[in-house]
Design a protein around this ligand. Sequence first.
Ligand SMILES: [Zn+2]
Length: 236
Amino acid sequence: MPHSVPLALATDAVPVLMYHDIRPDAHGLWTLTPEQFMAEMAFLHHCGFHTLTPQELEAAMSGDAALPPRPILLTFDDGYESFYQDAYPVLRRYGMHATVFVITGFVGRPGYLTRAQLQTLASAGWVTLESHTVDHPRLAHLSPERVNWEVRQSRSDLDLWSNQPVMAFAYPYGDYNRFTVQAVAAAGYQLAFTTHPGYAPLNGDPLQLPRLEVSGGITMRQFEEMLAPSWAGSSG
Ligand SMILES: [Zn+2]
């Protein structure tokens, strides 16, 4: 147990924000309006947050590199086309890094990123494409063979399409068990993200990292409060 001070969160843990879809007619928990998203990114920019790549988080977790002040990881699940249309231009304006968890079997379907868009994002250099399986199943409910196929096939698809090394994974629905974690490790992933709420502890299990869901319709005050532990650690 190298760390025992629970409040030193800014140095011991990193907020990983979880986004899904962005739509002007957003309603419900999983969709934000473009205005909400823009306001949140402007806030992060204004407050001097440093957006990490998954590689940078992994390096900090394994002790190979120090984190910049006020680190944060921005993740987008499912690979919606709205990332390209509504998130990418905002992120580019602020020079922010983002990670998209792509369902490789959904690529090119209506509402989802196309292969050409994925290639544009990957070649931009500051969007990282990582795996969210082929079919978005509940992994804890599948046969071991099927789990192995989902985690391996999605990784090799993305390796090919993005020309980037794929090293991170997000469990669909946050559904996983001990075997799922083993399969993800055996497929070569170094980080895997759950939907358990919380900051990702640097000394935690890299294959069971919590995230903070950013729900549609939350206020800026609520967004700031989610990030309050980042302030707590940096003021003293
Ligand atoms: Zn998903």
